[in-house]
Design a protein. Structure first.
Length: 345
């Protein structure tokens, strides 16, 4: 039987599953609380139990607090399992969608070329719990160079990968900024980041059972799609996921084997690669044309569809226009483009 967890100090209630720790229930519902060891040792996840029965794995504890007792006891969210409905008080809890933005110094773990101009950069966040950064799948970060210049990049890894972040950075030799970034990442050991940013993100627990997802990426927009898909697959998400990756030429799909691997391992994943300049992609036998046209061709209707898309404003709005003609409504499309390039009506 599931139980209710009432978080008194913020006036919210969530449902816990049998055998789930308080931390796991909160996390599953998108609430974030500070954790460290997850083993009952560091006590960073301490919460106050006001009412209800719990059992704590470590340090071992079994408590039953009746409302009439009017007392509160400290328990550890990472090792404490409610055995009944409980009422708790949790300081410093972040509600879904409410993450702080932090400046952190990351180690540059590696930088490798994925094709003629795209680099995969792996960063490692600081280890200490107090510096741990949290982000949602689909968010982005800013890289900050020592001279203060900064540039935004989608986080290409899923939050489940913990301290390990991945970025896909296109090098544009004509741009001083781009040269400075690549040069810094290739020659230095650390880089400052501001994380996490953006409100185009997805949390698996907020998706309705009937929802079909379309993830549409152009070029390095694939980084954002990768983060979201890896988050979904890490959480055994079983709704249909239709991934579209559009690029000028085949070579621009710098991690083409990855969606093919998802496709072969998960029956709910569908993948379409679309090349817009087949005349410059010798040997390309796949789909050709523009991404919006391919999506429109594949979907008779957009009932229960949510679209996450990353690419240029022109591509995103062309896709929105095309889908709207088939009854899709704008609120169900999610893109960072809406924040920096409002639609011209
Ligand atoms: S995270 Fe260390 S005691 Fe819970």
């Amino acid at each position: 039987m599931s139980h209710l967890i009432e978080i008194e100090n913020i006036g919210r209630q969530i449902k816990g599953r049998p055998g789930e720790t308080l931390f796991d229930s909160l996390n599953r519902h998108g609430y974030k609380l500070r954790v460290g060891c997850k083993n009952g040792v560091c006590e960073i996840c301490e919460v106050s139990l006001l009412q209800g029965e719990i059992v704590q794995r470590y340090p071992v504890k079994h408590l039953t607090l009746d409302q009439s007792l009017n007392v509160e006891e400290s328990v550890l969210a990472c090792t404490c399992q409610p055995l009944s409905d409980v009422r708790v008080k949790i300081e410093g809890l972040k509600c879904p969608g409410e993450l702080s933005v932090k400046k952190l110094l990351c180690d540059i773990a590696s930088i490798e070329k994925l094709n003629s101009d795209v680099f995969r950069v792996r960063l490692t966040l600081p280890a200490t719990a107090s510096l741990a950064a949290e982000y949602y799948a689909g968010q982005y970060l800013d890289l900050i160079l020592p001279d203060g210049k900064q540039a935004s990049f989608s986080i290409g890894s899923a939050p489940e990968q913990g301290r390990n972040l991945e970025l896909h950075i296109r090098h544009m030799p004509d741009s001083d900024m781009s040269n400075s970034i690549i040069n810094h990442l290739q020659t230095e050991k650390t880089v400052e980041v501001e994380i996490a940013k953006g409100d185009c993100y997805l949390q698996v627990q907020n998706i309705k059972p009937e929802t079909r997802l379309i993830m549409a990426a152009a070029s390095t927009g694939f980084a954002q799609v990768k983060s979201v898909v890896e988050h979904l697959l890490a959480n055994q998400f079983s709704n249909p996921i239709h991934i579209y990756w559009g690029a000028r030429v085949e070579e621009d799909m710098y991690l083409h084997n990855l969606p093919l691997q998802w496709l072969s391992e998960h029956t709910n994943v569908h993948f379409e690669a679309v090349v817009s300049e087949p005349e410059n992609s010798l040997g390309w036998k796949g789909r050709t044309g523009l991404l919006p046209a391919a999506i429109i061709e594949d979907f008779d209707n957009f009932d229960d569809v949510e679209i996450f898309t990353s690419g240029s404003p022109a591509m995103v709005y062309a896709l929105l226009d095309a889908c709207e003609e088939k009854g899709f409504s704008e609120e169900r499309m999610h893109s960072d483009v809406f924040a920096y390039a409002p639609r011209n009506k």
